[in-house]
Design a protein around this ligand. Structure first.
Ligand code: AMP
Ligand code: MG
Length: 348
């Protein structure tokens, strides 16, 4: 895989590949994406192929910076939104675009079924990463860009992760350095009547979006479905088990059961790695490694480090990873908790 510098030459090369219907891995502020021309079905099909992604899983379309209404004009039917929905669209895009908020909107007819997995809605986002923005501007059209990993595996937050995952399957990666956020975008469905539905917790805390908005918890609200949110996702190859809470407060017998008589590594979101290791050792468990994403308890730092640390532990010699959930599901804790739960759902 060709590693392209994020300068003018690298971006020109990436654009040439995209115009030729190829896929290119690109940096975004959330995780690295595998980009292809959203209006070229053969190119989109190549993304599914490279990722081994099942075709029932729809993709997020990325647009260049600028006016939100203009950016989504060829993708979404804003005319299908009533006045309330229209003003919710304006407010959310004013407050959060460019940035890690994906909106699911009624789809325009130009958008192919292969992008939306046959749904009547399309997911759109305007990334904040300057390299992604320059690429979108130079390319001159929207790009699909699901995370640049094999389907179901750990999302890449550095160019070298993409190389490790997809070498031989993808011609190039634009190297934009480590991703700032480290977890995927928050996905919100906006129904034609202005009702909102959280489809995936992510880098924008749902509390930040506005509690005065009309949130629906009902499945299928406004006809918006959320496919592809599988229980097993973001998964290391090593078996994972989710702890019921803070490791020092767990019952030793329960810990031994989760450790299943094998050598483990501990991953905490916050807190002291040494005291976590000591708690496991006191329960008679053999601990090869113990990590904390943010010993100081900073969830921004924790989210940024999440996938890279999972990957390092997966590459280590522990036979099982014990994952400690974040102290709460508030703010970024919601997205981190979601990713850890799904990683543990992988237990094979
Ligand atoms: P990612 O893998 O980060 O690109 O996110 C893709 C996810 O976005 C999918 O698995 C869906 O859950 C969600 N998504 C994408 N497009 C749609 C859509 N048209 N309707 C509902 N959810 C969508
Ligand atoms: Mg993904």
């Amino acid at each position: 895989m060709n590693r392209l510098e994020p300068d003018r030459q690298g971006i020109e090369r990436a654009v040439a590949l995209l115009r030729a219907g190829e896929v290119v891995a690109i940096p975004t502020e959330t995780v690295y994406g595998l980009a292809a021309d959203a209006f070229d079905d053969a190119a989109v099909a190549r993304v599914f192929e490279a990722k081994h992604r099942p075709s029932f899983d729809p993709m997020i379309v990325h647009v260049a910076p600028g006016s939100a209404r203009e950016a989504v004009a060829k993708l979404a039917r804003l005319d299908a939104l009533n006045d309330e929905a229209g003003s919710v669209f304006d407010r959310l895009t004013t407050d959060f675009w460019p940035g890690p908020l994906t909106l699911v909107l009624p789809k325009a007819r130009f958008v192919s079924d292969i992008v939306t997995a046959g749904l009547a809605h399309v997911a759109v986002r305007m990334p904040a990463h300057v390299v992604a923005q320059r690429l979108l501007e130079a390319f001159g059209g929207p790009l699909v860009a699901p995370s640049a990993n094999r389907f179901g595996r750990i999302s890449p937050t550095r160019a070298e992760h993409v190389v490790a995952e997809l070498a031989g399957r993808v011609p190039a990666v634009l190297d934009g350095g480590p991703c700032e956020m480290g977890v995927e975008s928050t996905i919100v469905g906006l129904a034609a009547d202005g009702g909102l539905k959280l489809l995936r917790p992510g880098a924008v805390p749902v509390e930040a979006l506005g509690s005065d908005l009309r949130w629906s918890t009902v499945d299928g609200a406004g006809g918006i479905e959320a496919p592809g949110q599988t229980d097993q996702h973001y998964s290391p190859a090593t078996r994972c088990a989710l702890l019921g809470g803070v490791v020092e407060e767990q019952d030793p017998a329960t810990l031994r059961q989760l450790a299943a008589d094998t050598e483990v590594a501990l991953l905490r979101v916050v807190g002291d790695p040494a005291s976590g290791r000591a708690a496991l050792a006191a329960a008679g468990i053999s601990v090869l490694d113990s990590r904390s994403l943010s010993p100081e308890g900073d969830l921004v730092q924790a989210a940024r480090a999440l996938f890279a640390t999972l990957r390092e532990l997966d590459d280590g010699s522990a036979r099982r990873l014990l994952l400690e959930p974040p102290p709460s599901r508030r703010g970024l804790g919601h997205a981190i908790d979601d990713r850890l739960r799904r990683a543990a759902g992988s237990a094979r």
